[in-house]
Design a protein around this ligand. Structure first.
Ligand code: NAD
Ligand code: DAU
Length: 360
């Protein structure tokens, strides 16, 4: 079995769903259910013997020790994090706590557990750390894309906390021999993304007739990857990645924010036309994000060369699927927005003992 942290968030939940669609190997999902964690996303797994959920914090070392001893996973896939740059600007403390201290706590628990495993299991064990391209800093228009050898230059409290966690993971390998792997991925989009991030926020606002707030001049560039492709890359790295290595993961899709927003408006005009006119009428430029990184781009040749991974979706196919998914799931969006998914948690989990016995 594998232990996944943060499996109730956007990428973690997509990973758990994809994993269990392809395999019967058990997933133990440890998630603190912050505002970003949503068990409704995983409701299709109810009753599935190969899926177990534990409501808990990665900073809780005693809980992690207990889970590792009880379930004896062959791998830890570590997604849990505070992930939103804007929130990190307003309140960096939670980012240092979860991303730095939480990763430290998980590494220490993993080290103790791994050190006590019999030789064969010890050899096979992996700690896979999910990180971001934002650790590399910001690119100028003519700079080459981020390779794995690029020096770290994080600029936001979020990226600094992720960079710190990457450094801890690296050190636990070099100093203690812990068999780690790290992936640094670009911007993900797809189903089940919390509508505080650019793409779902714009879709949800447009459908509600609300302004589409574009920061600054709208010309900041991100590389975009469909979440299912990111999950596929993680499975490949876990299966065949070289211990101690980092792998950059990206979609070869550099797009300016304003072009993302215009594309979303055009798709919505086609799929859900509004009598009031094109959704692009709602585009509104607003003051910029402090310290806003100008451009990210990923050189994903290493993972393609070593592991044969490359994205299956183009931006055109992935974004169409994503818009259609949000159109088809107004209930999921409404619950997330209203906070009603917390009521759903109470309705569904109150008084029910979770299968891992750690309190759901
Ligand atoms: P998310 O914010 O949607 O989900 C994070 C999950 O972690 C939530 O379920 C939350 O409840 C859980 N969590 C938070 N603090 C916790 C704690 N202390 N203990 C246990 N669980 C906790 O994030 P996401 O967008 O799914 O990102 C997942 C990972 O991928 C993060 O590490 C992020 O840095 C990285 N990443 C994200 C992107 C992206 O575009 N979203 C791109 C590259 C890398
Ligand atoms: O690059 C990977 C990173 O991508 C991940 O590590 C982060 O977890 C993830 O949140 C994402 O960070 P960004 O800051 O790039 O994502 P966000 O969706 O917040 O913003 C994308 C771009 O859109 C960014 O340039 C800011 C801009 N933006 C965002 C919002 C929410 C706007 O113009 N308006 C908005 O309202």
């Amino acid at each position: 079995m594998i232990l996944v942290t943060g499996g109730a968030g956007f990428i973690g939940a997509n990973f758990v769903l994809d994993w269990l669609a392809a395999s019967d190997e058990t997933v133990l999902n440890l998630d603190a259910l912050t505002y970003a964690g949503n068990l409704e996303t995983l409701s299709s797994l109810e009753g599935r013997a190969a899926y177990r959920f534990v409501h808990g914090d990665i900073c809780d070392r005693a809980l992690i020790d207990q889970l590792l001893a009880e379930h004896r996973p062959r791998a830890i896939v570590h997604f849990a994090a505070e992930s939103h740059v804007d929130r990190s600007i307003h309140g960096p403390g939670a980012f240092v706590r979860t991303n730095v201290e939480g990763t430290f706590s998980l590494l220490e628990a993993a080290r103790a557990y791994w050190g006590g495993l019999p030789a064969g299991e010890r050899e096979a064990f992996r700690f896979l750390h999910i990180s971001t391209d934002e650790v590399y800093g910001s690119l100028g228009p003519a700079d080459p894309p981020f390779a794995e050898t690029k020096a770290y230059e994080p600029n936001s409290p979020y990226s600094a906390s992720k960079a710190a966690s990457d450094h801890l993971v690296r050190a636990w390998h070099h100093t203690y021999g812990l068999p780690v792997l790290t992936t640094n991925c670009s911007n993900n989009y797809g189903p089940f993304q919390f509508p505080e991030k650019l793409i779902p926020l714009m879709i949800v606002n447009a459908l509600a007739g609300k302004p589409l707030p574009v920061y600054g001049d709208g010309l900041n560039v991100r590389d975009w990857l469909y979440v299912g492709d990111h999950c596929g890359a993680i499975r490949e790295v876990l299966a065949r990645g070289r211990v101690g290595e980092t792998y950059n993961v990206g979609g070869w899709n550099e797009i300016a924010n304003i072009d993302i927003v215009r594309t979303l408006c055009a798709l919505l005009d086609e799929l859900r036309p509004d009598a009031a006119g094109s959704y692009s009428r709602l585009i509104t430029y607003v003051s910029d994000r402090p310290g806003h990184d100008r451009r990210y781009a990923i050189d994903a040749r290493k993972i393609e060369r070593e592991l044969g991974w490359k994205p299956a979706e183009t931006f055109a196919t992935g974004i169409r699927k994503t818009v259609q998914w949000y159109l088809d799931h107004p209930g999921w969006v409404a619950n997330v927005q209203s906070g009603a998914y917390r009521d759903w948690l109470t309705r569904n989990y109150a008084g029910r003992e979770n299968s891992a016995g750690a309190g759901a």
